[in-house]
Design a protein around this ligand. Structure first.
Ligand code: HEM
Length: 419
């Protein structure tokens, strides 16, 4: 089957280096150039379709049109997802595995992670009182690693939290770094993966006791559609699929700190307001700041969209950042306005920082509610429970760094409990 000429083509050589240079704006730049939300380019030596915007997201999340198997480059799969993880499954296999994740997101479980977050923040704020300066990003990584391990039911010692934080954040800091060298490097299996495999093995053999309500126990004894336990390696991958992204919430906590500094009027509204104002501020932080640049799939069956044929097997990228900033869905998309989420009736396809569509039926992030609970608690602490000062520092973040973070990591001075 040949491609219809009506799909604009980003002619010329492979655009991988260009993508690195342009980062989060790569797809939107070309949408503007070709006046089309869909175009064809070449990335990592492969023909690739790029899409952006609400309409494109609806197509991308139509389960019949795309598949996830063999979509992510191997190096990303190895580091960010783990081989055999839910992200690369389709159809009934995906539905079954996703059900396992969603069954961990009950109200009790969310209440649990929220109170763990509260406790962890308290502990760290207490520690900071003897320090003149702390870096919010570094501290958040440790706080989130500790929150993740505690919630998941993974035994750990206080002295090992720094190492866990490093190990877990390496997985998202490095994998999201879309550098050519990284794509070429095949990272060896992480230490965390090996250790969790051992842990699951001991739990299954009854050599180690853990509470039956913990995610660790539930994943260890989850059965696939044939009634079989997951392979040890797959179980470890899925447990990491819980604790790694919880650690990654540290990126958003850092952006909360930045937004409170950069947008004083909005910050004042949160400080004076309550739950509702916090919610809007958090949604706007997730919309406004860059995190996951895009999601990747392959065309499952030939279909036509925008007058062009999409060929089976072709790699396809949906731009998350670009969709969250798309002028068809958002007025003044590049200004920070939490009020836009007041009585907001958006669709599951225009606000997609953690993927779009349906949580149960599709690949949308299983941890979106956990993320919101943690951020709500973190914002409450930052605005209600502590005072601090931001010294002179480089707060700039770049749209061509993936993941993008304020250069200083947000240094806080003289952190004190209020009252
Ligand atoms: C830091 C905030 C987070 C961001 C920005 C984020 C982002 C994403 C994105 C973009 C996807 C892919 C969606 C797709 O493929 O269409 C995803 C999937 C996923 N996320 Fe998150 N996530 C976050 C937090 C979490 C948390 C806290 C958890 C678990 C506790 C989690 C677990 C997952 C899982 C299991 C998937 C795979 C879902 C599937 O393939 O069906 N994430 N996330």
């Amino acid at each position: 089957m040949t491609n219809d000429d009506s799909l604009p083509k980003d002619k010329g050589f492979d655009r991988s280096l260009q993508m690195l240079k342009e980062g989060y704006t790569f797809i939107r730049n070309r949408e503007n150039k070709y006046h089309s939300p869909v175009f064809e380019t070449k990335l990592l030596g492969e023909k690739t379709y790029c899409m952006v915007g609400e309409e494109a997201a609806k197509v991308f999340y139509d389960n019949g049109k795309f598949r996830r198997q063999d979509a992510a480059p191997k190096a990303v799969e190895k580091t960010l997802f783990g081989e055999g993880g839910v992200q690369g499954l389709d159809g009934e296999d995906h539905r079954q595995r996703k059900e396992m994740f969603m069954s961990l997101m009950t109200k009790d479980s969310l209440d649990d992670i929220q109170s763990i977050t509260t406790g962890v923040w308290k502990k760290y704020v207490n520690r900071w009182k003897d320090r003149e300066k702390v870096t919010l990003y570094d501290e958040s990584k440790k706080m989130m690693a500790e929150t993740a391990l505690t919630w998941a039911g993974i035994p750990f010692e206080e002295k090992d939290v720094d190492e866990w934080a490093k190990e877990l954040s390496d997985l998202f800091e490095k994998a999201a770094d879309v550098s050519i060298s990284h794509f070429l490097s095949r990272r060896s299996r992480s230490k965390a993966e090996a250790w969790i495999e051992e842990l699951v093995d001991e739990i299954r053999k009854g050599e180690r006791k853990v509470r039956e309500t913990t995610p660790l126990f539930k994943v260890s004894f989850h059965k696939d559609k044939n009634g079989e336990l997951l392979e040890l390696h797959t179980a470890a991958v899925e447990i990491l699929n819980l604790i790694r992204p919880i650690t990654a919430v540290s990126v958003y906590i850092t952006f909360l700190g930045l937004a409170l500094h950069d947008f004083p009027v909005a910050a004042e509204e949160v400080k004076e307001g309550g739950e509702e104002e916090r919610k809007r501020f958090i949604q706007e932080v997730r919309r406004y700041y860059p995190f996951f640049p895009f999601v990747i799939a392959r065309v499952d069956k030939d279909f036509t969209y925008h007058g062009a044929s999409f060929e089976e097997g072709t790699l396809t990228l949906l731009d998350l950042y670009g969709t969250n900033h798309h002028p068809d869905s958002w007025s003044k998309p590049d200004s920070f306005q939490p009020d836009r989420f007041h009585n907001w009736f958006g669709s599951p396809f225009d606000f997609i920082p953690q993927g779009g569509g349906d949580h149960e039926k599709g690949h949308r992030c299983a941890g979106e509610w956990i993320t919101l609970r943690i951020l709500n608690e973190s914002l409450r602490v930052l605005t209600d429970s502590i005072t601090y000062h931001l010294p002179e520092q480089n707060l700039k973040y770049e749209l061509n760094d993936i993941p993008s973070l304020p250069k200083s990591g947000i240094e806080l001075e003289y952190v004190k409990k209020k009252g």
